[in-house]
Design a protein around this ligand. Sequence first.
Ligand SMILES: *Cc1c(COP(=O)(O)O)cnc(C)c1O
Length: 372
Amino acid sequence: MTEIEIPRQLLPSDGRFGCGPSKVRPEAVRALAEQSPGFLGTSHRQAGVRDLVGRLQEGLATLFSLPAGYEVLLGNGGTTAFWDAATFSLIEEKSQHLSFGEFSSKFAACAKAAPHLKEPEVISSPPGTRPEARADESVDAYALTHNETSTGVAADVRRPRHEDGRPAAGLVLVDATSAAGGLRVEPAEFDVYYFAPQKCFGSDGGLYAALCSPAALARIEASSRWTPAFLDLRIALENSRQRQTYNTPALATLFLFSEQVEWFNASGGLEFAAGRADASAATIYSWAEGSDFAHPFVEDPLARSHVVATIDFDESVEAAVVAKVLRRNGIVDTEPYRKLGRNQLRIALFPTIEPADVEALTACIDYVVAAL
Ligand SMILES: *Cc1c(COP(=O)(O)O)cnc(C)c1O
């Protein structure tokens, strides 16, 4: 069955549909190769790399329209390391977590395990749905996830509010790893918007960026508990202000990240990037709704992610076999999130991916299912 050959004219121009690491733009890779002699293999403490880090920080501030007083922190270890750092430098005593999939549950688990924190409040909802935050005087940090990559559910980034309309006093920490650069966001609604660049930013993993409000910066600067240096956001902040990271970063990752930010900013900013994801989302969800064997996993159309689509298949079609045939034809990483255990495909709609390629992918899936 996996011998099925998809006709060449149906194939997308690029077969990478994975949710991370995800498609890297060939233009960025060429630029890296061209500029490599003066950049790769040079000191990250010298002007060449520090200038690029500064451009990246300013580029992110422009892309997200950050108000004066916000700062861009960079550090090594990706989002997973940032969660541990947050348990030291951003959660004072007690956090509240919205848990609706693998990634959002992981940060909750970090806070739960930290012996120096109180038991966190965890508000859960079943996979495919999203819970609501509740303003609570005893909570000093709310952990939201802009896009739950494991299920394809997007949630609005909004500061929790008390019944009388007052915004909650706690910091709003948003895991935007797969959302940043693909979904719209208002800086007034978050205190920390953190992510790694291997998703919408078409770069490699291992780095985190955190857009911090003045309130978040004040919390970081005031934190006084013992913290391992690698996880200490005070040290990350000091280094970021010097356009450096505490320890050696991957220079190729920084370069590709900055190329992508500059591509977005030169093309119309976040509206341009989110518009590409919107176009791909419209294609895939309308195809699934019209299909006689596939349908969107997320029932509420407003919760359906525009950066990660999860498409369930009827029992008559084995999604795992479809993914295998696609892979043999050069279309990779459409497999579902393993632990979700559903008969589905998961498809990245990141801005790097050509909307026309998402259209081509739907034609390829139809071809494979008909051939099976
Ligand atoms: C990919 C992802 C992560 C993990 O990122 P790492 O850089 O691998 O630590 C965390 N949260 C979300 C929402 C993700 O999509």
